[in-house]
Design a protein around this ligand. Structure first.
Ligand code: SF4
Length: 230
């Protein structure tokens, strides 16, 4: 990695240890600043609007100290695929022997494809934000075709990944979730579809109120395996 890249500051925060965010791995989480969406329910406003605080050198020094203690590194955010030198950073992380999981909104299919082709990512968690007719309302971004390109690419490659949706009852109703389920079935997604209730915090990007109801699995189609995480 060049010196310039080592001095880049793109990671806003580090979670030093988690057993929850990367299945079967002891991992840390790197929270990348900036995002190409502005989801109403986003509670990471500091990260999305902030600038990175750790240089890549500091990140790599931290990871070197975790060799033999952790098995995986989660790249989350914000949206890590926006970082122009993500490939080089992942190469460095891989050279230290870690597995890499990427949390993504799927709007940069070409970056994800490159990471997969170079074996620089081991697992992807893909957010399916909303059916196409609600995509802009929820994310403030109208590039949903790019999201579908990522989804189809991961399905075609049979890459290890999961699809997940955060549900706030003021934004998504059961009929909307059923629309996603039908779309996943039609696209031949073979994994489990994970749903997670929005956990109320005060400062979301869209200043949302407390949701009035939680996910009710009885109202959902059973065409594909579904799991509610909270
Ligand atoms: S919830 Fe939306 S705005 Fe927040 S980090 Fe994820 S994709 Fe970006």
């Amino acid at each position: 990695m060049s010196k310039t890249v080592l001095t880049d500051k793109t990671v806003f925060e580090i979670t030093r240890f988690t057993t929850l965010d990367y299945a079967n791995n002891l991992a840390c989480i790197l929270w990348f600043s900036k995002c190409n969406m502005a989801c109403q329910y986003c509670y990471n406003a500091d990260i999305v609007r902030g600038i990175g605080r750790y240089t890549n050198q500091e990140i790599l020094d931290f990871l070197k100290s975790r060799v033999g203690k952790l098995t995986g590194v989660v790249l989350s955010g914000g949206e890590c695929t926006l970082y122009p030198h993500l490939i080089e950073l992942c190469e460095e992380i891989k050279e230290l022997g870690f597995k890499i999981k990427i949390d993504t909104n799927g709007l940069r299919p070409d970056v994800l494809q490159e990471l997969i082709d170079f074996s620089l990512v081991d697992f992807i968690a893909l957010d399916y934000k909303a059916p196409s007719y609600k995509f802009y309302e929820i994310t403030n971004n109208n590039s949903n075709e790019k999201f579908y390109k990522t989804l189809d690419m991961l399905i075609d490659k049979e890459f290890p990944f999961e699809v997940r949706t955060t549900v706030h009852s003021h934004l998504l109703e059961s009929k909307d979730i059923n629309q996603i389920i039908l779309d996943l079935k039609e696209r031949k997604y073979r994994g489990t579809y994970y749903l997670q209730n929005f956990l109320h915090v005060e400062n979301t990007l869209g200043n949302l109120d407390i949701p009035s109801v939680s996910i009710d699995k009885k109202l959902l189609l059973d065409d594909i395996p579904i799991e509610v995480r909270n």
